[in-house]
Design a protein. Structure first.
Length: 101
């Protein structure tokens, strides 16, 4: 199995919709096994500027990570299709094992 993670800013938009909403809807339409959006308390990206959205009087944008999992071929196909529609964000993938009791 393959897990993908997409790192974006919560304020990123795709047209009139937030990027994280767009991506989650995209993943639903492509029948990905499961996905979750996480809001970060602190983070930084390539710009090396620390974002601290939880601090008093901060106007920083919270970092967001979307993580999802499915079979390798499905994740690869979904990411290729997603990149055709949305070029932003930082995407990583890694192999995972599904642990079942």
């Amino acid at each position: 199995m393959l897990q993908a993670q997409i790192f974006i800013d919560r304020s990123d938009m795709h047209g009139t919709q937030s990027v994280y909403e767009f991506i989650m809807q995209f993943l639903l339409l492509h029948h990905v096994d499961g996905a979750t959006v996480f809001k970060g308390m602190m983070g930084f990206g390539r710009n090396q500027k620390m974002q601290r959205p939880e601090e008093l009087f901060s106007f920083d944008t919270p970092p967001v990570m979307i993580t999802f999992i499915d079979e390798d071929a499905k994740i690869t196909e979904v990411l290729q299709n997603l990149r055709a529609e949305y070029k932003g964000g930082y995407i990583i993938t890694h192999k995972v094992d599904l642990f079942q009791a």
